[in-house]
Write a protein that binds this ligand. Structure first.
Ligand SMILES: Cc1cc2nc3c(=O)[nH]c(=O)nc-3n(C[C@H](O)[C@H](O)[C@H](O)COP(=O)(O)OP(=O)(O)OC[C@H]3O[C@@H](n4cnc5c(N)ncnc54)[C@H](O)[C@@H]3O)c2cc1C
Length: 458
């Protein structure tokens, strides 16, 4: 008997919904099963009382085109918004005080030296050490993967690691740079070292770096209605009977001519869940794949949206926000001034600030109660920004084991996993655990999965 469905998608986050959308476009008969009653996974927007609060992801890069392209295809062109140029500034904490991140800093190193040399965010000794990077010999070709910390320490020095790379990268991966794979997360900097013998030289000379010189706010985008709007737009394209929330997949098994998923038969499967969920589903029939999937670690974090009367935060929040180096030993990792960064996030005279808590730097923060998270976030924000009044409202959202940790050796792990899974060509793993954690990466991963499934026999 032929399978009832052409495809079952497991997981209704961005990856799963994109996979379902692509399958629907191909005319496949599909079913998407999502454990939670809500779709969207780490994308969640709360819109109420004149506030638009991003509980999960808040910004998407456009350099990787897949996320923006999907928005355009879904008819959201007029909904895309850029960060507001008048507040184009990000700050960093040093010695308990906020200072501007110098113009031209590219995650690890400066692409413009004059603003960097004038900035107090790095000591003179630190700057001198970073300038020596031009003369640090490159690692021999063919050397294996290394951690972000090892790379930055080796090339740019300890202060660049503690004061620049760690806080900038923690804002993306929430990870400890001592464990984070350079090859899997920032290969462009390895390429600068290989091609130009120096990251700083690469940032000055490479055509890509030269093309993106100047203000970079247009390299990020969001939607007028937040990323919840993307989830709604995807759901709006899918027949409602093909999308089921509140149905966790608990059983997946290979059949002679397809798969059985929670009792439904299907020709193909996309697993768009975290790897620890996929591991338990594949374990009964491929324990080696399950063990590999189980090796992927995840980090937990939380966001704390805080609303203040604008008058007490107006002057201090004329920027996009700030990041906090772990060496500062603060209770928050970063803070976005949401009422400044994208237009239309607030109505009336309020300031909307979003603190980022937990991650590898402060795992114990996930033990705090919601009240404690709010109190500690407010305490840090009020001290750093001089806000004298308590928040008028707050929303805490926890993301338990939602951010995969791309450890040193991640790409080797991925290759071994792909080899192992190649014996199951009608089942594809997709999502943020494999080839990028950002929104565009997840869209790409879903699209790749469908393209590969369309091309493979089942
Ligand atoms: C706090 C936070 C902030 C972030 N900020 C940004 C940002 O600003 N920019 C950016 O580009 N990226 C950001 N990211 C990363 C990005 O949002 C995520 O990587 C991406 O949304 C992951 O999508 P996904 O669908 O792969 O996984 P998820 O969103 O984790 O979705 C997986 C889905 O699978 C479901 N599921 C689990 N088990 C089962 C089961 N047994 N059966 C059925 N369903 C199941 C889950 O309920 C979930 O809905 C952020 C992530 C977090 C956590």
């Amino acid at each position: 008997m032929s399978p009832f469905y052409d495809l079952i998608v497991v997981g209704g986050g961005l990856t799963g919904l994109t996979a379902a959308y692509r399958a629907h476009q191909r005319g496949w008969k599909f079913l998407l099963l999502e454990a939670s009653a809500r779709f969207g996974g780490s994308l969640e927007t709360l819109s109420a009382d004149g506030l638009l609060q991003e509980l999960g992801a808040e910004s998407m890069v456009t350099a990787k085109p897949w996320g923006k392209e999907l928005c355009l295809e879904l008819g959201l062109a007029d909904q895309l918004v850029s960060p507001q140029p008048e507040y184009h500034k990000t700050m960093i904490v040093r010695g308990g005080r906020l200072m501007s991140i110098p113009e031209g800093l590219r995650l690890l190193a400066p692409s413009q030296w004059w603003p960097f040399l004038r900035s107090p965010a790095v000591s003179w000794w630190g700057k001198l050490r970073m300038a020596c990077e031009f003369f640090v010999p490159a690692r021999p070709a063919g050397s294996g993967d290394e951690s972000l910390a090892s790379f930055v320490r080796r090339r740019l020095g300890q202060e660049a690691l503690e004061r620049i790379a760690q806080p900038m990268v923690a804002g993306i991966y929430t990870a400890d740079p001592e464990t984070l794979s350079m090859r899997a997360t920032l290969p462009q900097f390895l390429e600068f070292e290989r091609k130009y013998g120096s990251v700083c030289r690469g940032l000055l000379l490479s055509p890509e770096a030269r093309a993106s010189r100047g203000p970079r706010y247009h390299l990020f985008t969001s939607l007028r209605g937040g990323f919840g709007q993307l989830i709604e737009a995807l759901l709006g394209q899918l027949p409602s009977e093909c999308v089921r929330g509140g149905e966790a997949v608990t059983q997946l098994k290979p059949l002679e001519n397809g798969w059985e998923v929670n009792g439904h038969s299907t020709a193909r499967v996309v697993m768009a869940t975290p790897t620890y969920v996929a591991a338990e589903l594949v374990r009964p029939w491929d324990s080696a794949a399950a063990d590999l999937l189980d090796r992927q670690e995840y980090l937990s974090s939380a966001t704390v949206n805080l609303v203040y009367p604008l008058h007490c935060a107006d002057q201090a929040t004329r920027a996009y926000g700030f990041v906090v180096p772990a060496v500062e030993k603060r209770d928050i990792l970063a803070c976005t001034f949401s009422h400044r960064k994208y237009p239309g996030r607030t109505q009336g005279d309020v300031a909307l600030l979003r603190a980022y808590v937990g991650g590898a730097a402060r795992p114990e923060a996930m033990e705090w109660s919601d009240q404690e998270m709010v109190a500690r976030s407010h305490c840090e924000i009020s001290r750093l920004l001089g806000i004298g009044e308590p928040p008028v409202s707050s929303v805490v959202k926890r993301y338990h084991r939602a951010m995969p940790l791309y450890r040193v050796g991640h790409l080797d792990w991925l290759r071994t996993l792909e080899d192992q899974m190649s014996r199951w060509p009608a089942l594809r793993l997709a999502g943020n655990a494999y080839s990028g954690v950002g929104i565009p990466d997840c869209v790409h991963s879903a699209q790749e999965a469908i393209t590969r499934l369309a091309g493979s026999a089942h």
